[in-house]
Write a protein that binds this ligand. Structure first.
Ligand code: ACM
Length: 768
């Protein structure tokens, strides 16, 4: 514990106090919102502040012990000793009281005056959420063991708050790569800070079985360990450019002369983790994924499958066999132990991505299907899920499955976790069937998809409830969660980078009723400081003022805009990765030679942001074409077909053609998968270097004249790529090709001239 604060001279302490008051006044005077995330339902600022000193006591009604402990931990971290508790009715106090009138689950009220802090809730979970709001009202330094202040100041205000959705979740796949209990504790604590309440652990998969099952020790003795796979090799390749991609050495062992990767949790470790989470009012939802994704288990117990083994099929591995009673015995024993560890009301069966070929070929399955009147293997899968649900229900638990459980028919009591963005009607039909639905569509909630400058807005502005549902049907959508699949997430730092700050946007999306992205962005920088104090390896905000591919005619000026002022930019020109010792980029850089500049932002604490490799090429201004064409807009060819990339449209006849005024996808383009080719001219108003930013899901390419300016092709989640071109004033041939594979598309093209910020392209630029 740090005790240096005791030795701080009085003058310095007074200065800290004065500084804090000044800071508070400044905050009250400016219109900046108090930086709470998620933002409360109602907040009214008042004059003055409550000062917490070591003499402040906590006066709590019975039943709020975990909240008292959380408050005590907060200051103990900094002061080395917790706040005292009291039952006296006088003195400067933080009062935790029950208010039966607060009936919304997790709801709470806070009143802070100069004399007292009052926290009120109808139930313990609400009180704990209130304490997290107090935590965020304290400066980020409170999170550090080395915090120095003797007093902490809370601004006078009243808050009344309750969540918009009951399910506010985060998922972690601990099977593909393994994560330590200490990382899970950190994750739980960070979720608590942002009022998230469900941690879904994907405990088993083809690549590893991570939970001790006492009846079947081979599941972990064999199934928890593997040699490096192709994803590990990909991580190792990427490690050269990004140290976060190094495989965590904690989980690498030498066994019988072989290097093995893996690990598992003992039941006791998980029970302790459940308690740790429960103290923060977070449920841990265990997933043991079956009947598919069971290769690790089948390798330990080959009889579990219909074929006596498990191989990779076209996409997925051989599943367990639902046509043998011994499979159900196994599954029920496993889940009995799982339920013993996890008291959660919900147990996740997985049931996604099943290769049912081995069932179709099995004589046992043919017999069972005849006996049970099952028409196909989808119904056979449904038979498995329904039987497992009856077993869960016999133990008082509710079954969750991925949305594939809808396919062969589903009981109305199962909970559906929606993930397949390309099946947009799945949550609609589930809700209409009376199933509770948890939304976690790949776009935007698969956090393993790499983040970019748009991800926060995409999450924040995403509609939790599908538009087709009526208000009555919408009640079946109980919330949302973000998933982190870890095939390519080999380290805790990489997981942090993918979770943060996207987790904050999700937290506000599912908690707050009034959403305001501009306000969220204003509140976010204070949280970067808090995350850094907590040791979170979060993703720094994006730099701007350049394109991925840059060009110059005589010289270029690299003038990077810093998204937050305290970042330091550092760069290299020799191909090496920028590090803390690299040259500081403190003013615009003049570039006269072709080459690559690698630049990254660093926080004062040393955290490094994304490395940008900016290529610079010398080129001449492209000459305009002489044409008399002057019809507004672009010609657009529409192909109703599935394409892997834009090249697939080449030499095909379009299904139809029309004119658009800009790069937009008209409502008449409604095939589930399609391709579009926009062709015409772009009318450049002034000679200069132009940057184009192509954001698309799926692929797109932009060609101006004979130069491919941006290649953002292939099937992918929304991703922006940019490129530059030197253009003379006048008309230039323009072609943008775009494909949508299914599951919702994004298409946006913006431009900028010189170092101006990117904006939309005016309709008047386009001619055909
Ligand atoms: C999933 O992503 N297979 C649920």
């Amino acid at each position: 514990m740090n005790s240096t604060h005791c030795k701080k001279p009085l003058a310095s302490l007074l200065m800290t106090g004065v500084w804090m008051l000044l800071a508070l006044q400044t905050q009250a005077q400016s219109s900046a919102p108090i930086p709470l995330i998620p933002y409360p339902t109602s907040l009214t600022a008042a004059q003055g502040a409550f000062v917490i000193t070591p003499a402040t006591a906590i006066n709590a009604a019975p039943g709020f012990e975990p909240s008292v402990a959380a408050l005590q931990r907060l200051v103990k971290q900094a002061w080395g000793k917790p706040l005292k508790t009291t039952t006296a009715s006088s003195g400067k106090q933080i009062v935790l009281q029950k208010d039966a009138a607060i009936t919304t689950p997790e709801g709470y009220r806070i009143t802070i005056t100069e004399k007292e802090v009052q926290l009120a809730a109808g139930e313990p979970a609400g009180m704990f959420r209130a304490v997290q709001t107090i935590r965020q009202l304290l400066p980020p330094t409170v999170e550090k063991k080395t915090a120095r202040a003797q007093t902490w100041t809370l601004p006078a205000l009243t808050i009344s708050d309750a969540p918009g959705y009951a399910w506010r979740g985060i998922h972690l796949d601990v099977a593909r790569h393994f994560f330590s209990i200490s990382y899970l504790e950190k994750l739980i604590d960070r979720m608590a800070l942002y009022k998230l309440n469900k941690l879904h652990l994907h405990l088993t998969d083809d690549q590893g079985w991570r939970v001790e099952i006492k009846k079947y020790p081979a599941l972990t003795a064999k199934g928890a360990w593997r040699t490096f796979d192709k994803n590990d090799s990909a991580c190792m390749r990427e490690q050269k450019d990004n140290p976060d991609m190094a495989i965590d050495p904690k989980h690498i062992v030498q066994r019988n002369g072989k290097t093995m990767y893996g690990g598992f949790y003992t039941q006791q470790q998980l029970k302790d983790l459940v308690r740790y989470a429960a103290d923060r009012y977070i449920d841990i939802i265990p997933e043991v994924d079956m009947p598919g994704h069971m290769m690790a288990a089948i390798h330990a117990f080959p009889d579990l499958s219909c074929t006596g083994g498990s191989q990779w099929g076209e996409l997925f591995s051989t599943p367990i066999c639902p046509c043998k009673e011994s499979t159900f015995e196994f599954a029920q024993h496993v889940f009995t132990e799982i339920m013993d560890i996890f008291p959660s009301e919900y147990i996740h069966l997985g049931a996604d991505e099943v290769d049912r070929k081995s069932w179709a070929e099995s004589a046992l399955c043919k017999e069972l299907m005849e006996k049970e009147g099952l028409k196909n293997t989808a119904e056979l899968q449904s038979y498995f899920v329904k039987r497992m649900e009856r077993f869960f229900q016999s133990k008082g638990r509710k079954l969750i499955g991925w949305d594939e459980i809808l396919e062969g028919g589903i009981s109305a009591t199962a909970y559906v976790m929606y993930w397949r963005s390309w099946v947009p009607d799945a949550p609609v039909s589930a809700a209409r069937n009376g199933n509770r639905v948890i939304m976690s569509p790949g776009n935007p909630l698969y956090f393993d998809y790499p983040p970019d400058a748009h991800s926060l807005a995409n999450i924040y502005n995403w509609k939790v409830v599908p538009e087709k549902l009526t208000a009555a049907e919408a009640k079946y959508i109980i919330g949302a969660q973000a998933n982190l699949w870890t095939e390519r997430v080999p380290s805790e730092n990489r997981a942090d980078y993918l979770y943060f700050p996207r987790m904050l946007a999700l937290a506000e999306r599912v908690w707050s009723r009034q959403l305001d992205f501009a306000s969220f962005q204003q509140r976010l920088p204070a949280h970067y400081n808090r995350l850094e104090a907590l040791g979170v390896h979060y993703r720094l905000p994006d730099l701007s003022g350049f394109a991925g591919q840059n060009v110059f005619v005589d010289q270029a000026i690299l003038d990077i805009k810093k998204p937050i002022p305290n970042l330091v930019l550092r760069y290299t020109t020799d191909g090496s990765l920028p590090v803390q010792r690299s040259t500081v980029l403190s003013k615009p850089l003049v570039i006269k030679q072709p080459g690559t500049i690698k630049v990254a932002a660093f926080t004062p604490g040393g955290l490094r942001g994304d490395i940008y490799a900016l290529e610079y090429k010398k080129e001449n201004y492209q000459q305009p074409v002489a044409t008399l064409l002057s019809r507004p807009g672009l010609q657009c060819k529409y192909f109703k077909k599935y394409f892997l990339n834009t090249g697939g449209m080449k030499s095909l006849e379009p299904d139809s053609q029309f004119v658009t005024q800009n790069i937009v996808v008209p409502a008449t383009v409604n095939a589930p998968s399609f391709g579009l080719q926009y062709n015409g001219y772009i009318d450049i108003p002034e000679t200069g270097i132009y940057s184009f930013y192509l954001l698309c899901d799926d692929g797109g390419t932009l060609t101006i004249g004979d130069k491919e300016v941006v290649n953002n092709d292939g099937q992918h989640a929304p991703l922006e790529k940019s490129g530059q071109i030197a253009l003379m004033k006048g008309l230039h041939p323009f072609a943008l090709h775009f494909i949508e594979g299914g599951g919702g598309f994004t298409l946006q093209l913006r431009y900028s001239k010189g170092s101006a910020p990117a904006t939309n392209i005016p309709d008047s630029f386009f001619k055909h």
